[in-house]
Design a protein. Structure first.
Lengths: 158, 641
């Protein structure tokens, strides 16, 4: 089996942990996240008949009181950046998170999740401008969660 | 006799009184005795204290239990004094008393909320109390450890039993156990990704989901290393231990190895682990570097075999021995490690808080301002209500001296002070507004003056331009004339006919006899030849021709005779030459017949040589050209455009 490290990054309360809960097979208790700023989860997937295991590092957003070690970013084959569609600033901060990640992993693949899409009306969802690597997701409604991870895996492993 | 009778009577009376009033007398005696006791006690303070204090104790206890406000106030007022006095007089006794009260309280607080307790202890308690608390914590921890060791450890009972069966003392067995820690698992982890490359365990010590554990251990290691680096320590984490769990981490190149042990490894055991790890690095460094998460690589199987072999060599007595012990639980290790981290952090935070507390005290002493300090990232935040703005400056100055950090001011100043400052600012703003008006007015005046000056300047520039144009015109005309002169000079040579203004003066050619208007026959060819050359230069040159307006033949006489006659004679002479020239081929060639005019100037310009008139020379004609100045100026204007 081939294993890969991927990161999950984004501001506080954008729903990273909810996405993880919706997707993963196994994970450490959430209390580790508040202690050392990262929580490890894993997910096994099969792509084109090949089994892979993703070790997902859910990285807590940095605050003035808490540093996040840059070494957490090292060796990641891909990343998922998460923003909350209801909070403009979390979308604006995506660029900062992507820059942080790419400064350590310039060639790694990534996708973006605009989460809590269940809060948008169908018309708003339709009009939401998205690139091919962007997804409107909802952990609550299980919307595009699988597709998000699968697209990243394909970009990363393809 | 009477006396004897009286005595008997009294005795009888007493007997009778005893018989009749026996009970009453007993009561009187009891009362008298009680009275005597009361009288005695009222004069003895010690006895009164002895009697009354228990009553006060009960009363005080009752009031304290009811949390009666006044009692608490009184108690608070005198408690500090009592403690201080006791500390001076009998420190050890006070220490014991306080320890009895504080130890259980601390134990409870630590159990309930460790972080808060540690944060709170340093800044609030004084050095004396802090010492007692430290002792209390140390004793408590020793007690807890001892209880755990004695009461909960199965290993302890096993050791005791073994000591009895084998006859070897428990201490010796303990030393034997301490000699080598048991290596339960070995992980080789890729440094950057935190991915587990391979692992090996002693029998029945398999770890559930080792890949998750490896990633988590990697994250913890990164976290601790980052913390160490952030605190400017050059070292890297190598040993994480808590209780009986120890993670020995050896790092090299692209991988690191974690040994999960049941105790801290000694120097020799570390050396053996390091040597084994070095062997792996030497044999598989290429593979480690190119590892991309694929666990099917054949090297992994080989490495695993080597690791198992090393484990069995390190734990020779494990066969059947480990069945008794509990199955290894990675969460237990991680929990202990995290607990260790939390405690480390708490200690570090408490130290920082205490340093800030000392700084606050120093600021208070030196500036008279009471502020609280907090560290936020790389900044130092000041909070509190200040007495004056000057106080704030003093506080900031002190902080800049004591701490190199950036300062963020979140203090509050009194409203009255702010009012005064605002009032001053309003006054300053009014003055500024007035100054601004004055300046505006001045600027307006200056603008008008400037506008006026600009107009004058424009006019001057216009005049200057006109003057320049005139100058250019004059210069151009002069240039044109100079050019013509040079061309004529080249063509005609210097025979004395050509004049500086470009005219031909035939004074040297002896053209006319006295009183005659017809030119001498021998002189006429020379005049015609000059005329032909003159025309060829002026009209044959395309640069000059456009500007030639015409030719004038001026006739002159000498000063002999009547002036009027001379006037007529001079015109006749001019006309005679004109006639002669009109028939010349050059006149026809250039079509200039209409452009040649004759003019008589009489005796107006006689030729004077050596102080007297040369009359023969005075009888002459001059041939001149006229330029069209307007055309030249137009040409200049066109060129300028």
């Amino acid at each position: 089996m081939i294993r890969k490290k991927i990161l999950l990054m984004g501001d506080f309360h954008v729903g990273k942990t909810s996405l993880i809960r919706r997707y993963v097979d196994n994970s450490f208790d959430d209390s580790y996240l508040t202690t050392i700023g990262v929580k490890i989860s894993k997910k096994q997937i099969t792509l084109d008949g090949e089994a892979y295991e993703l070790l997902i590092w859910d990285i807590e957003g940095a605050t003035p009181q808490k540093r996040i070690p840059q070494s957490y970013f090292r060796g990641a084959s891909g990343a998922i950046f998460v923003a909350d569609v209801g909070r403009e600033e979390t979308i604006e901060h995506l660029a900062v998170h992507i820059e942080d990640f790419q400064s350590v992993n310039p060639d790694a693949a990534y996708v973006t999740a605009y989460n809590k899409a269940d809060l948008l009306t169908p018309v708003q969802q339709k009009n939401f401008a998205l690139e091919s690597t962007d997804f409107l997701t909802s952990a609550k409604e299980d919307m595009n969660v699988e597709a998000l991870f699968e697209t990243l895996a394909r970009r990363m492993l393809g | 006799m009477r006396a004897s009778n009286l005595k008997n009577d009294t005795s009888e009376l007493e007997r009778l009184k005893h018989l009749l009033l026996e009970d009453e007398l007993a009561q009187i005696e009891a009362l008298a005795s009680k009275l005597q006791t009361l009288e005695f006690e009222s004069y003895d303070p010690e006895t009164i204290k002895e009697k009354l204090l228990p009553l006060f104790d009960d009363l005080l206890l009752q009031k304290l239990q009811q949390k009666e406000a006044r009692t608490l106030d009184i108690l608070a007022e005198y408690l500090a004094q009592i403690i201080t006095k006791s500390a001076d007089q009998d420190l050890s006794s006070l220490s014991r008393s306080l320890q009895r009260v504080i130890s259980p309280a601390i134990a409870k607080e630590i159990a309930d909320n460790k972080d808060k307790m540690v944060d709170a202890l340093y800044p609030i308690m004084g050095s004396m109390i802090s010492k007692y608390v430290s002792n209390a914590i140390a004793e408590m921890m020793e007690s807890i450890n001892a209880k755990i060791e004695d009461g909960l450890s199965f290993e302890r009972y096993k050791r005791k039993a073994k000591a009895k069966l084998t006859g070897v003392s428990e201490s010796e067995l303990l030393l034997e156990e301490a000699a080598d820690a048991k290596i339960e698992s070995l992980f080789v982890i890729q440094k950057d990704t935190g991915l587990l490359i391979t692992e090996a365990h002693i029998e029945e010590k398999e770890i559930d989901d080792p890949h998750m554990v490896a990633s988590m251990a990697s994250a913890i290691k990164d976290f601790v290393n980052d913390w160490i680096e952030h605190n400017e320590s050059p070292s890297e984490v190598q040993l994480l231990s808590y209780g009986n769990a120890t993670l020995y981490i050896e790092s090299a190149g692209s991988v690191y190895m974690i040994a999960f042990l049941d105790a801290e490894p000694d120097h020799e055991q570390r050396a053996r682990i390091n040597a084994f790890f070095a062997t792996l690095i030497r044999n598989y460094s290429d593979f480690f570097q190119r590892f991309e998460g694929d666990d099917r690589a054949e090297e992994i199987q080989k490495i695993q075999e080597e690791m198992k072999h090393f484990l069995s060599g390190e734990n020779p007595n494990l066969q059947g021995k480990d069945n008794d012990t509990a199955r290894s639980n990675p969460a237990k290790y991680l929990f202990w490690l995290l607990a260790l981290l939390i405690l480390g952090y708490a200690g570090y935070s408490a130290k920082k808080r205490y340093d800030l507390y000392l700084l606050e005290q120093e600021i208070s002493r030196k500036s008279g301002e009471h502020v609280t300090l907090e560290e936020e990232d790389d900044r130092l935040v000041i909070r509190g209500d200040l007495n004056s703005l000057e106080g704030l400056y003093r506080v900031k100055k002190l902080l800049q001296e004591k701490s190199g950090k950036k300062i963020e001011d979140r203090t509050h100043l009194p409203v009255e002070l702010l009012d005064r400052k605002i009032s001053t600012l309003v006054q300053k703003q009014t003055i500024l507004t007035q100054s601004e008006d004055t300046i505006s007015s001045k600027i307006q005046e200056m603008s008008q003056a400037l506008e006026k000056m600009e107009k004058q300047l424009n006019q001057l520039e216009k005049r200057y331009s006109q003057s320049n144009q005139k100058l250019a015109r004059v210069k151009s005309l002069a240039d044109t004339r100079t050019y013509i002169y040079q061309r004529l000079e080249n063509a005609l040579g210097r025979d004395g006919s050509l004049q500086p203004d470009g005219s031909l003066d035939f004074s040297n050619k002896r053209l006319f006899e006295a009183g005659e208007s017809k030119p001498k026959t021998e002189a006429l060819p020379m005049v015609k030849a000059h005329f032909a050359t003159y025309l060829s230069v002026l009209l044959g040159d395309p640069e000059i021709r456009p500007f030639v307006k015409g030719f004038v033949i001026e006739g002159y006489t000498d000063s002999s005779g009547d002036a009027e006659d001379n006037q007529i004679l001079s015109l006749d002479r001019a006309k005679a030459i004109q006639e002669a020239l009109l028939s010349e081929p050059a006149t026809k060639q250039y079509g200039v017949a209409s452009m040649i005019t004759a003019k008589g100037l009489g005796e107006s310009r006689p030729v004077i040589r050596n102080g007297k008139e040369d009359k023969e020379a005075s009888r002459r004609i001059k041939l001149k050209f006229e330029l069209n100045d307007k055309k030249i100026v137009d040409m200049i204007k066109r060129s300028a455009k």
